[in-house]
Design a protein around this ligand. Structure first.
Ligand code: DGL
Length: 278
């Protein structure tokens, strides 16, 4: 039997957004072994109700626990905003979300903070709450960006249309003279070039992915759970078509991942709704 510290860390997102977190784990904790799950059959999460998100997150966590992970990082802001507090109390393994780490980093950088996020995350005001709990004088504007996830999942990263959409979303934040912009959705780092080209140099960008991995490393260290062996290959699982995920993620991973398809039943009232497809 494998020692607990040598088990994989589970990461999940609705799609390729969590790869921005996975890449940070590769960079900051190269010795860790990973399991990545993309719930691409049920993407996007950002227009779902809080009840649906909570149900999906529970299903994923149940499945991940069966895969024997030592920790779960929610590489998804929408899940972190709407489900983290609830599920943390329900599972025995450490579960980390991106929002608190992103909020702490943002407060260190600026006073006028813009957050671009999915409609569900923006509506939850999770970022505003987390930021103002740390410093109540900080001003926060949360902008829903409903088109970004589709554009990224369709690999429309550098089109004129994407540029126009980004301009539209960033305009109200630029009018507020923000000094800091937070990627409130893990997908958005994939639009970095477009977003950066539309912002003045004075605006600092916070990618919570970088900061959640710092927090995860601290937690593993504290629990004595850091891997001390050569890492296992990353296991990639998706609920939608694997080929789409493979083609899209290659550009960020630098290799073609081997991907397993996991069956996500929907709608489902079953707790164990995720099963491997034979
Ligand atoms: N990448 C996810 C997030 O950080 C979810 C995007 C979506 O599926 O709407 O919120």
């Amino acid at each position: 039997m494998m020692k607990k510290s040598n088990l994989r860390i589970g990461l999940f997102d609705s799609g390729v957004g969590g790869i921005t977190v996975l890449r940070e784990v590769y960079r900051q904790m190269p010795s860790e072994s990973l399991l990545y799950f993309a719930d691409s059959a049920r993407l996007p999460y950002g227009t779902r109700s809080p009840e649906e998100i909570l149900r999906f997150v529970r299903e994923i966590l149940d499945w991940m626990c069966k895969q024997d992970v030592k920790m779960v990082i929610m590489a998804c802001n929408t899940s972190s905003a709407l489900a983290l507090e609830t599920v943390r109390k329900e599972y025995d393994i450490p579960i980390l979300g991106v929002i608190l780490s992103g909020a702490k980093a943002a407060v260190k950088q600026g006073q006028r903070i813009g957050v671009i996020a999915t409609p569900a995350t923006a509506k939850s005001h999770a970022y505003r709450q987390a930021i103002q709990e740390i410093n109540h004088q900080t001003q926060v504007w949360e902008i829903p960006c409903p088109d970004f996830v589709h554009l990224i999942e369709q690999n429309q990263l550098y089109t004129d249309y994407t540029n126009q959409v980004a301009q539209k979303y960033l305009k109200p934040l630029l009018q507020k003279n923000i000094d800091t912009l937070v990627y409130g959705c893990t997908h958005y780092r994939h639009l970095e070039k477009t977003i950066c080209s539309l912002l003045p140099d004075s605006v600092k960008i916070i990618d919570p992915a970088e900061h959640i991995v710092v927090a995860a490393e601290k937690e593993l260290s504290l629990l004595g759970l850091k891997n001390n062996q050569f890492p296992l290959p990353t296991r990639f699982c998706v609920s939608g078509p694997p080929q789409q995920f493979i083609n899209l993620s290659r550009q960020w991973l630098g290799y073609y991942p081997q991907v397993e398809q996991i069956h996500a039943k929907e709608p489902s009232t079953q707790m164990m709704a995720l099963n491997p497809i034979d």
